[in-house]
Ligand binder design. Structure first.
Ligand code: HEC
Length: 107
């Protein structure tokens, strides 16, 4: 491998390993809030007060481990109507969504 391509490879690795805390751009954040309201809202209620799925308000999520919630969003809950969103959402986006729900953002 030539030196420049080695450097480019290293750079690509660094970009890929950027921590999940790196901010999503505001356009994507707006899309995620729209998804939360309309897609997740079809089961959890447009104002997250619950329906077919349980409520997703800050008070309901306060005691839930965020990692568990992220896994639920990404992989769903087999045997329940909660579908997996992996493929539509990245891990970073699932993380952001869970934090947004915990803050009550967009309500
Ligand atoms: C087709 C209906 C449906 C859709 C759409 C749906 N969910 Fe769910 N969700 C459920 C059900 C039902 C459960 C409860 C599963 C169980 O019994 O463990 C659940 C559980 C959850 C939980 C765990 C809540 C807790 O208190 O443990 C989270 C978090 C969650 N959903 C987030 C989402 C998000 C975010 C979206 C959209 C990206 C979404 N859901 C879309 C039906 C749905």
């Amino acid at each position: 491998m030539r030196k420049t391509s080695k450097r480019l490879f290293a750079l690509a690795m660094v970009i890929q390993l950027t921590p999940v805390s790196a901010a999503l751009d505001t356009a994507r954040q707006a899309e995620l809030l729209y998804l939360l309201k309309h897609d997740c809202g079809s089961c959890h209620g447009m104002t997250r007060k619950g329906g077919l799925g349980p409520p997703l308000l800050p008070g309901n999520l306060r005691d839930r481990p965020p990692m568990l919630m992220e896994n639920t969003v990404l992989d769903g809950r087999p045997g329940t109507p909660m579908p997996p969103w992996r493929g539509l959402l990245t891990e970073q986006e699932a993380h952001w969504l869970v934090e947004a729900m915990r803050r009550g953002e967009g309500l």
